[in-house]
Write a protein that binds this ligand. Structure first.
Ligand SMILES: Nc1nc2c(ncn2[C@@H]2O[C@H](COP(=O)(O)OP(=O)(O)OP(=O)(O)O)[C@@H](O)[C@H]2O)c(=O)[nH]1
Ligand SMILES: [Mg+2]
Ligand SMILES: [Zn+2]
Length: 330
């Protein structure tokens, strides 16, 4: 077969086109950033119209956001430019390492925080502890590759017997390898352990309204900046006091994002397989079921069910898993 030689002009044209494609591909990969001679910063709060950005020296600047950018959240790394003496404008979002999200009412992703090392899942003696909610947060954390830590606050409220019952309930989590910290923001108990957990990391506190997320944060910060609201006597529920997430620097070195309490926590873009491996104690059994597409319910030869029956997986967790599967199907 005879090779057709290209003319010099043709060769140059092809090379030019290749360069153009390469440049376009590069730009598509890092949107906006190629033309943005800006400074780096971290979003510490999103107030809607403006976001608060902290530069690398720790100065805080109120910024507008360039049009058509996605909603920025605490922990986002951004590129910003000075707009006038006091204000800036965010021109680009640096791709997120990870993020915690849940679906909003319309089924769209509501991102809670980004670029986080740890999720502190807070519950308390009051409002009532909800292990199903804990399990959902655990699946979200495991799927996003973020370390979860379980915190049980208000240990000053229950009597010795009730506290022992809570401790027994939470032993399920210790046994499968999670760290569980018992605290009282009111009586300043367990704070040293919390401080150690948070050290040099970026963490977000999540959980139901009224469990004491902001109270715990206030214990760790000298100026106690976060608003705290009471728990309603009639409904035993919190009053959704924290309405927007905010990032704080701890004197001990870490960064903590306080977030608004939730009633429910739906899982965002989690597949059935991810839900199963989000239950970390299931992992040794996954892939050992009789059927490759086993959903670990009542199928014959299910390795997970066998592990539940032989006492190696706690039935409460299996139950929780099945509920999550139902909710994913909805
Ligand atoms: N007894 C007792 N009460 C506490 C403790 N921690 C917090 N509280 C109280 O619980 C109520 C709710 O506290 P918050 O810190 O506002 O709770 P939150 O989780 O931030 O609630 P949202 O912002 O609504 O999500 C307040 O009345 C606090 O004083 C504790 O360790 N013991
Ligand atoms: Mg709060
Ligand atoms: Zn199975």
């Amino acid at each position: 077969m005879s090779k057709r030689r290209l003319s010099k002009r043709q060769q140059t044209r092809i090379r030019e086109q290749q360069d153009k494609h390469l440049a376009q591909a590069k730009q598509a990969h890092t949107p906006d950033m190629a033309d943005s001679n800006g400074m780096e910063g971290t979003v510490v709060a999103n107030f809607g119209v403006t976001v608060q950005v902290e530069d690398n020296a720790g100065n805080s600047i109120s910024c507008n956001v360039r049009q058509n950018m996605e909603t920025l959240v605490c922990g986002d790394h951004v590129i910003w430019q000075q707009a006038d003496e006091q204000n800036g404008i965010v021109v680009a979002l640096v791709p997120r390492n990870n993020f915690l999200a849940r679906p909003d009412r319309r089924g769209k992703a509501r991102v809670i925080a980004a670029n986080i090392d740890q999720i502190l899942i807070v519950s308390a003696a009051r409002p009532a502890m909800n292990t199903r909610l804990i399990d959902r947060y655990l699946v979200a954390a495991e799927t996003a590759g973020i370390i979860p830590v379980i915190v049980f606050n208000k240990i000053d409220l229950p009597d010795a017997e009730a506290l022992a019952a809570f401790q027994a309930d939470l032993l399920i989590y210790t046994e499968i390898g999670y760290q569980v910290v018992f605290t009282s923001a009111k009586q300043h108990q367990g704070l040293a352990e919390i401080q150690q957990v948070l050290n040099h990391k970026t963490s977000v506190v999540v959980g139901q309204s009224g469990v004491g997320k902001s109270s715990l944060l206030n214990c760790l910060l000298p100026e106690a900046p976060a608003l705290v609201g009471d728990v309603s006597d009639s409904s035993n529920k919190g009053r959704h006091t924290t309405t927007l997430a905010q990032l704080y620097h701890l004197p001990s070195g870490g960064r903590l994002i306080d977030s608004p309490g939730v009633r429910e926590f739906g899982l965002w873009e989690v597949s059935e397989e991810q839900a199963a491996s989000g239950f970390i104690e299931f992992r040794p059994w996954l892939g050992r079921c009789q059927f490759r597409d086993c959903r670990h319910g009542d199928e014959p030869g299910c390795a997970i069910r066998h592990a539940v029956e032989s006492g190696e997986i706690h039935p409460q967790r299996w139950d929780s898993y099945k509920r999550i599967l139902e909710s994913l199907a909805e």
